[in-house]
Each structure stands twice: as C-alpha cells, then as structure tokens.
Design a protein around this ligand. Structure first.
Ligand code: UDP
Ligand code: MG
Length: 317
C-alpha cells in the first residue's frame, strides 16, 4: 500500500464526510492506493457514527480507532502510527484546515526526493492574530533548541513520513508539536518542508487554547533535557552540583581563614555566623549536595528504563 492517512479527531463530525470525499477524489485521480485511519479521540458528538457509516461505504479503505475518553492529539497519533501499513504515512487534521490536495506531492517528496519527513508550512495562515504571532515565536525557539533550522512550522498537522520514522519514534503527552525533533533524535536527518494551503476552520472550534504555548515551551525544555541528558542525568546534575559545591567551599575558605588570620594577627574578629559568606557557604553546599543526590536518583531511574539500550540500527549485514 502506498499511503496511510492518519486523522486524529475530537468532535469533528460535520467535517468528516467532506474530508473523506476529498481524499478519495485526490487519491483516485493520482492512482494512489491508500487507507484512512480515523482516530476518534473520545468525541462527544456523533463523529464515531459518521466514521462507522464511512467504513460501511468503503470497508477496505476506512479504519477507525475509538478511544473510550479524550486523551489528546499525541496519543491519537501514536495509535494511528502503530496501525499504519502504508509506505508513506501522512497525518492531517480533521477540521478541513489542511488540504488533501497536498497528498500526492508529499508522497512524491518522500518516495522520489528521499526525505524521511516532510512537514507542511502554513505560510499564509487563516487563524486569528492571537495565534499567529505567538506561533512565530514558538517556531523560532523550536528551531534554535532542536537544531532543525529549515522548518518554519513545527506544529503543522499536515506531515508526511517514511514508514520507518513513525514506527521508530514514540509520540506521547503533547509531543505532537515536536515530531520533527523526535525524528531527528531518532537519527532521521532528511527533514524537509513544503508550503501548504491553509484554510479557516469551516466547522466546529479549535481544541487548543492559549495554554498551548506555555505547555509547548515546557515540553520543548523537557525534550531538550531528555535528548541531551536522558541516559546520563549525572552529567547535568553533577556539573551544577559541583559548581555549587565549589562556590560553597570558596566561601568556607574565606570565612574560616579570614577568622584564623585575624585571630593570629591579633586583630579584632567576629563570629563566623556574622559573615554573609557563612550563609553563602551553607546554602550552596546544601544545594550542591542535593543536586548530586538528584543526579544519583536520575542515574538509578535511567539505569532501570527499558529504553536505556534501545538504539536505532539502520542496517546489519
Ligand atoms: N484533536 C484531537 N484530540 C484533542 C484535540 C484535538 O484529536 O484532544 C484533533 C482535532 O480534532 C483536529 C486536530 O487534532 O483534527 C487539530 O486540532 P485543532 O484544529 O483544534 O487545532 P488548531 O488547528 O487550532 O491548531
Ligand atoms: Mg485546526
């Protein structure tokens, strides 16, 4: 099979029949064999009924996964990826904001141009200003942190992947915003971009509020930490801990020797607790020790992580 189209959805009943017809039109026109995997993320409207009707209409093409409750877009993508069979896996939003007309070109870029991942770029967006401006900032930060310099739109719902990619990354929590970063960390280097058409939402409302940006930044920091120190947490905590400890030690030397010197020289001297260096020494040595303890705990945890020895082996001969 050429293409698996994975569509996560949460209360998008009105859009689904239109989206399905459009995908069918495009894929038949280009002679692409495909499957559509609708992942119903605990919708409370009649989305699942609509999916069942579509399935009855095209039983070979349409597959559905129904979550018992709403888990989020990343879990929906994860389950869709797990099931996908096609050589190329394409994800798109269910709200008709992403155009199925892009599918053939995305497929070509993966198959012919050798990309592992092609991300859509909604160069001209039809979203409110309150979303487009923070998005620009968000993408600039994501580019810096992830080191994927050529992407303008990390969180575009329309993306295409070589099958290997989706089978070797694990999207979880709200990490769907950073799938290119996950792919890069898994060793997939050929990450490209294609300008895609974007439309205003036709039915329903957006499922993410402004807190997406706060959570997005926190997730980016977590991902950076995990990819840099995930299997060697001591290198992070140990360094900080040592710096704190050294700072504390210097302060101790200043206090201790200062007092001894004053005593020796017969000068007036104070109690060590009257010196600010005493408190500096105390806090930095305590914090330093705690950072070390955090490092040891981190090592214990990562020592027990099932992924500690999971590597991306591309080939063996
Ligand atoms: N979505 C989902 N689970 C959720 C929230 C959203 O499956 O908990 C789906 C939603 O139905 C849509 C896609 O994720 O197909 C993108 O959501 P939305 O269009 O609301 O995001 P926006 O376009 O505002 O970024
Ligand atoms: Mg949308």
């Amino acid at each position: 099979m050429d293409i698996s189209i994975v569509i996560p959805l949460y209360n998008e009943a009105e859009s689904l029949p239109e989206l399905f017809d459009w995908i069918e039109r495009v894929t038949t026109e280009h002679g692409l064999s495909h499957e559509i995997i609708f992942v119903n993320d605990g919708s409370t409207d009649n989305s699942w009924q609509v999916i069942c009707d579509l399935q009855a209409k095209a039983p070979k093409v349409v597959h559905g996964i129904k979550f018992r409750r709403n888990y989020g877009k990343s879990p929906a993508l994860y389950c869709g990826f797990e099931q996908a069979q096609g050589d190329v896996v394409i994800t798109m939003d269910a709200d008709l904001q992403d155009s199925p007309d892009e599918i053939p070109e995305l497929y070509r870029m993966i198959c012919k141009e050798g990309y592992d991942l092609v991300s859509g770029w909604k160069q001209k967006r039809y979203d409110p200003l309150s979303k487009t401006i923070p998005t620009k900032l968000f993408n600039a930060t994501a580019r810096r942190v992830s080191g994927i310099k050529n992407l303008h739109d990390f969180n575009c719902g329309l993306k295409a992947y070589r099958r290997d990619v989706v089978k070797n990354i694990e999207v979880y929590g709200e990490m769907h915003r950073y799938i290119p970063y996950l792919a890069k960390n898994a060793g997939f280097k050929r990450i490209g971009e294609k300008v895609v058409h974007h439309q205003a939402r036709k039915y329903g409302t957006t499922k993410f509020g402004l807190n997406r940006f706060v959570n997005g930044y926190l997730d980016l920091i977590s991902l950076w930490f995990l990819s840099t120190f995930g299997v060697k947490p001591m290198h992070f905590f140990g360094l900080l801990g040592s710096l704190m400890f050294i700072l504390g030690f210097i302060a101790v030397v200043i206090v201790g020797f200062g007092k001894l010197y004053s005593m020796h020289a017969g000068m007036p001297y104070r109690l060590v607790t009257e010196s600010p260096y005493f408190y500096l020494a105390l806090t930095s040595m305590i914090i330093g020790t705690q950072l070390f303890v955090a490092g040891f705990l981190g090592e214990l945890i990562s020592r027990n992580a099932p992924e500690r020895n999971r590597y991306q082996v591309e080939e063996r001969i």
